[in-house]
Ligand binder design. Structure first.
Ligand code: AMP
Length: 214
């Protein structure tokens, strides 16, 4: 079964995906993480993707389909949680084609106000070693600039600058929001208020997920 976690950049998809992986046995597939890995390794896909990513734009669908297929093959037959895919209607259609009928059990939309998204993203700092995420004021590390988990140095993702955040939110409005309608008409869509604290959001997401599993 596949659970799709959707929402604007900064809505908390990654945080909730990690909780669902830890507590509910989901295997998380984050297309953003997968692309950043390809860039780190210097692969052809990474080279093709990096310009789009640092500009805050979507990477072309054919590249994403290859990335998604490879990730899905690696977690074959498990409870899968998609974080960051699909990001446009074309990708939602592609996912329907590569999955057996009914595989997508539900779509949970973390809904967060634009002002909050801007503040969350521009204050985010990420560990360059383990990928853990912090926030300058909302979730600061114990020592400034140092990861609590592994001691790695914290950096700002290049696409978290104010200028790139504005572009990413516009891309979300124009390209990803129509995906919500795609799943609404298929009765798979569920909205959660993502403006609350992490545990409150988790409780609501979890309540939906329990229903999908029945
Ligand atoms: P994320 O970590 O999910 O915020 O993704 C970071 C960046 O990776 C996005 O801004 C896009 O450039 C790219 N990306 C991730 N997932 C997708 C996708 N499904 N389609 C196109 N681009 C993607």
């Amino acid at each position: 079964m596949i659970l799709i976690l959707t929402g604007a950049p900064g809505a908390g998809k990654g945080t909730q995906a990690d909780l669902l992986a830890d507590r509910d046995g989901f295997r998380k597939i984050s297309t953003g993480d997968a692309l950043r890995n390809q860039i780190k390794k210097g692969t052809e896909i990474g080279l093709k993707a990096s310009g789009y990513m640092s500009a805050g734009k979507l990477v072309p669908d054919d590249i994403l389909l290859n990335v998604l297929q490879a990730e899905m093959d690696a977690v074959n037959g498990q409870k899968i949680l998609l974080d960051g895919y699909p990001r446009n209607v074309n990708q939602a259609e592609a996912l329907n084609k590569i999955c057996p009928n009914g595989a997508v059990a539900g779509v949970v939309h973390l809904d967060v106000a634009r002002e909050a998204l801007i503040s969350r993203l521009s204050g985010r700092r990420v560990c360059s070693q383990c990928g853990s995420s912090f926030h300058l004021t909302l979730n600061p590390p114990k020592t400034e600039g140092i990861c609590d988990r592994c001691g790695g140095s914290l950096t700002q993702r290049p696409d978290d600058s104010l200028e790139k955040v504005a572009i990413r939110l516009d891309v979300y409005e124009s390209e990803t929001k129509p995906v919500l309608e795609f799943y609404k008409v298929r009765n798979l869509y569920h909205k959660v208020d993502g403006n609350q604290g992490t545990e409150d959001v988790y409780r609501q997401v979890h309540a939906h997920v329990v229903n999908f599993a029945e």
